[in-house]
Write a protein that binds this ligand. Structure first.
Ligand SMILES: *Cc1c(COP(=O)(O)O)cnc(C)c1O
Length: 455
């Protein structure tokens, strides 16, 4: 018999939350409005109608606290949810730390990451509202494969613009998307005006999420039967991810522990918000004291080095203006292997929460992230996605700080995905072929100089 001193905290399927948690009504200050790129006036739901189905637009602007998860979506969630919360006891031992380390493991989704939580919901609402085709972008391919899978479930057509550097680095992700029936194009491509404009200037462009978003948005804007789906950044995407934190709160109670610090990597901010917003809701009610830490790559530090201001969500300037931490929409981040963290901006909600001082941010260098991922794999047996390595690296720092101070600390982090499709990056790391990137100050200064002016 195993002792009751459990390692995994599992919830039964009937504990999948009934509603997502929308933090907007609980925040001390509302979000800044989204602006029309032409008039600079706040946009209304109709302005977004060419890109998104109305039910998702209404979620985007909703101030309702609890938003019901449709039965059909919960049914699909039940294939891998509730996801496990795991106590990383062997890692604790390896670090010889008095800290408790827990991780919420989102790699158990059939797509391999948290992205499927919102992909299923977005495909569901698009289908319900009559969409036939979805267009999207993908960095590392995690989002593209999640959406491709969800589109296959709901009988939608899926077109994916995949950032060139990942398209070349991660052929198996592409193959997975194609297996689910999606069509995949390397971005920048010559299929769109935005792509052609970039290629004219930089024929060997390795692409960026900002460019791929422009291409996918352009395709949707041109065709009334095509809508656009985004894998992060927007309120409704972050909302769908709160299923992660809601489950974790119950699981931490099962473990009889309360987190002192909660950590997640941040690209567009969705897995960070998904884990932390339900905790922030409790914090605002005095029921949690946890510090919330977003971890970003040193090569693409929007929260720690970006400006909190209005900017475009894409490089081609087709999207509305949102107030966020940004490095400038024309900034093309170095080709780090954590493709999902190569975005110039940050979710407006996450940016706002940082601005209010309710969360903090830090950075990790590429080599430190991989070293942490390898250490984690050797202790816990899971190969993490390169993005998640950033969260692990900071969790280890917190555990070592606790050891140095000789104090207890309960650390919780989001293991946002597995790295089974990212083994080439581990091969390159082990062969000493990866490098750190200094903060690209000059390029960022240039990109920031091009920010739109909003009075
Ligand atoms: C996409 C991705 C991220 C980064 O996106 P967020 O919206 O910031 O969560 C992190 N981890 C994994 C595994 C991803 O696929």
């Amino acid at each position: 018999m195993l002792p009751m001193d459990t390692i995994q905290y599992l919830l039964p399927q009937n504990r999948i939350p009934l509603a997502w948690y929308n933090i907007l009504p609980d925040l001390p200050k509302p979000l800044a409005p989204t602006l029309h790129p032409g008039t600079l006036q706040p946009i209304g739901p109709d302005d977004l109608a060419p890109l998104f189905p109305m039910s998702l637009i209404m979620q985007e602007v909703s101030t309702e606290r609890d938003i019901e998860i449709p039965g059909e979506v919960r049914q699909i969630y039940a294939q891998w949810r509730p996801s496990p919360l795991v106590r990383a006891r062997r890692l604790e031992k390896a670090l010889d730390t008095p800290a408790h380390i827990y991780y919420k493991y989102e790699g158990v989704s059939p797509a391999g990451s948290h992205k499927l939580n919102t992909a299923v919901a977005q495909a569901y609402y698009n289908k319900k509202d009559g969409t036939k085709h979805l267009s999207t972008e993908t960095g590392a391919g995690q989002w593209g494969s999640s959406l491709a899978m969800a589109c296959a479930f709901f009988g939608l057509d899926c077109k994916v613009y995949m950032v060139r550097v990942s398209y070349d680095q991660k052929p198996y992700r592409r193959a997975l998307m194609e297996a689910f029936g999606a069509s995949v194009t390397a971005s920048p491509s010559n299929q769109t005006e935005s792509g052609r404009a970039i290629l004219a200037e930089h024929p060997n462009s390795t692409g960026s999420l900002g460019i791929a978003i422009s291409e996918a948005v352009e395709m949707a804007a041109k065709d009334p039967n095509t809508k656009y789906a985004l894998g992060s950044v927007l309120n409704h995407v972050l909302l769908h991810q709160t299923v992660i934190g809601l489950e974790t709160i119950e699981q931490m109670a099962m473990a009889g522990d309360e987190p002192d610090v909660i950590i997640a990597c941040a690209g567009g901010g969705s897995n960070f918000a998904g884990l932390t917003m339900p905790y922030l809701g409790r914090k605002l009610k005095g029921q949690s004291h946890a510090r919330l830490v977003a971890v970003e790559p040193a090569a693409c530090p929007s929260l720690t080095k970006g400006r909190f201001t209005y900017d475009f969500g894409d490089t081609g300037h087709l999207t509305p203006l949102v107030k966020m931490h940004t490095l400038g929409s024309t900034f093309i981040p170095p080709g780090i292997h954590a493709g999902g963290l190569r975005y110039h901006g940050m979710a407006p909600l996450v940016s706002h929460v940082m601005d209010l001082g309710l969360a903090e941010a830090t950075t990790v260098q590429q080599l430190d992230a991989f070293a942490a991922g390898i250490q984690f794999a050797r202790s816990e047996g899971i190969m993490p996605a390169p993005e998640a390595n950033h969260a692990i690296a900071h969790a280890i720092r917190e555990a070592l700080d606790a050891k140095e101070e000789g104090k207890h600390r309960t650390i919780l982090f989001n293991l946002s995905g597995h790295g089974h499709f990212d083994m080439q990056s581990y091969i390159d790391y082990q062969a000493g072929k990866l490098q750190n990137y200094d903060y690209p100050a000059e390029e960022i200064a240039m990109a920031l100089a091009g920010l739109p002016t909003v009075a």
